[in-house]
Design a protein around this ligand. Structure first.
Ligand SMILES: Nc1ncnc2c1ncn2[C@@H]1O[C@H](COP(=O)(O)OP(=O)(O)O)[C@@H](O)[C@H]1O
Ligand SMILES: [Mg+2]
Length: 380
């Protein structure tokens, strides 16, 4: 029981007839394969929950269509869509114990009590809820309520599982454990799932593909690796990755076999043109101004060597366990570098910084990606 999901130019407008209608989702199109786990990722208010609720049938689709397993379902009542959902606000029934709440989801499957018990115990074990099953929602923690809500969705047999921020209330350790178990459970049963989250670690860990949304608009739908290596635009580039990508507005100057990326009088990055791909050099030659993006992990630092090149002055050096996060004044702004191991260096020291040309991300000033390293955007 697993199905494809196709959203075609789905729109959601709240208060459509009011003076200020709210455009929550705009022309959202996506195709999800059977058995695929997809995450909707984006900041608060970007339209994730609205999208999920339209698929489940708790919100009307203003415009567009939704099909599950090749069958258009957006006009059907929720109970006839073959969808199981874990809600952002849990929506547990207060007068029922967690066990009864989870079992309630099985009512329509008309199982015997032995089979119902077996299924409830199975998801309770998966979610570390066994000991709490006979308590009422009001007497357990938010994290336990949230897990019961997740259990109530997982216990059902459905064509599609919709999970809205299913682990937001859990403490980090338990969240990491349950992330692993949830993924294994979905995979073992070959289930199709759409997970909503604002946590990129969760999206990366669980999803085959991630749909990044902003302002109700799909920005990019791709694998975690592709989002990181080939962000479609500046929004995705800076949203994905921790710490975020460094970005600089620069004017490219190409002369005497050198590519110089300058902010005013200062050269931030300079390269021998022969070390760069011709197509990328050509692209830079045609632009009067671009935005370059550099991931903190791609920044190389060395003691200032006095031989020119860009220098940076350390502002802070944080040791965070197995990496150092180094922030330095650079050009008119700052550059953040993540370095393996413990970096010896303190505030005020001057460094040489460089980024290999194959690690540069180049964006147009208004956002779309132009090139990633050796490849123009859109090339394989
Ligand atoms: N029932 C509603 N009525 C009016 N506006 C709503 C309603 N639900 C959500 N919105 C608005 O729609 C936008 C998207 O909300 P939502 O889908 O909940 O975002 P997310 O889940 O990504 O945080 C927000 O501007 C939100 O305020
Ligand atoms: Mg939400």
């Amino acid at each position: 029981m697993t199905a494809s999901v196709v959203l075609k130019t789905v729109n959601k407008i709240y208060a459509a007839k009011a003076k200020n209608p709210i455009y929550a989702v705009r022309d959202f199109s996506i195709e999800i394969a059977p058995g695929e786990i997809v995450a909707l990722l984006g900041s608060s208010g970007c339209g994730k929950t609205s999208t999920l609720r339209m698929i489940a049938g708790f919100e009307e689709v203003t415009k567009g269509s939704i099909a599950i397993g090749g069958r258009e379902i957006h006009m059907l009542p929720p109970a006839r869509r073959g969808v199981a959902m874990a809600f952002e606000g849990y929506s547990l029934y207060p007068p029922l114990t967690l066990r009864q709440n989870i079992a309630f989801a099985l009512k329509s499957e008309r199982l015997g009590s032995a089979e119902t018990d077996r299924r409830v115990e199975e998801v309770a074990k998966l979610l570390e809820l066994t000991k709490h099953l006979d308590r009422y929602p009001a007497t357990v923690s938010a994290g336990q309520q949230q897990r019961a809500s997740l259990g109530r969705a997982l216990v059902r047999k459905a064509d599609l599982y919709l999970l809205d921020e299913p682990m937001g209330q859990l403490e980090p350790q338990l969240r990491a454990i349950l992330r692993g178990r949830l993924k294994r459970y979905l995979r073992e049963h070959g289930l199709t799932a759409i997970l909503v989250t604002h946590d990129q670690t969760e999206a990366n860990a669980l999803a085959d593909r991630i749909a990044v949304m902003e302002g109700g608009v799909l920005q990019q739908f791709a694998s975690p690796a592709e989002l990181k290596e080939k962000p479609a635009n500046l929004y995705v580039g800076t949203f994905i990755g921790e710490p975020p990508m460094n970005v600089y507005r620069v004017e490219p100057q190409i002369a005497d076999g050198r590519v110089s990326l300058r902010a005013g009088e200062t050269e931030l990055f300079g390269y021998d043109a022969a070390r760069m791909q011709d197509a990328v050099v050509g692209l830079l030659a045609r632009q009067s101004s671009v935005v370059v993006g550099v991931r903190p992990a791609d920044v190389a630092v060395s003691p200032a060597n006095g031989r020119g090149g860009a220098t940076a002055k350390i502002v802070s050096n944080q040791w965070i366990g197995d990496q150092s996060h180094l922030e330095s004044a650079f050009g008119d702004g700052v550059i953040v570098a993540t370095l393996d191991g413990r970096f010896a260096g303190s505030s005020g020291e001057t460094l040489s910084v460089s980024v290999p040309p194959e690690k540069l991300h180049i964006f147009a000033e208004d956002g779309p990606a132009l090139a990633h390293g050796r490849h123009l955007a859109g090339e394989p």
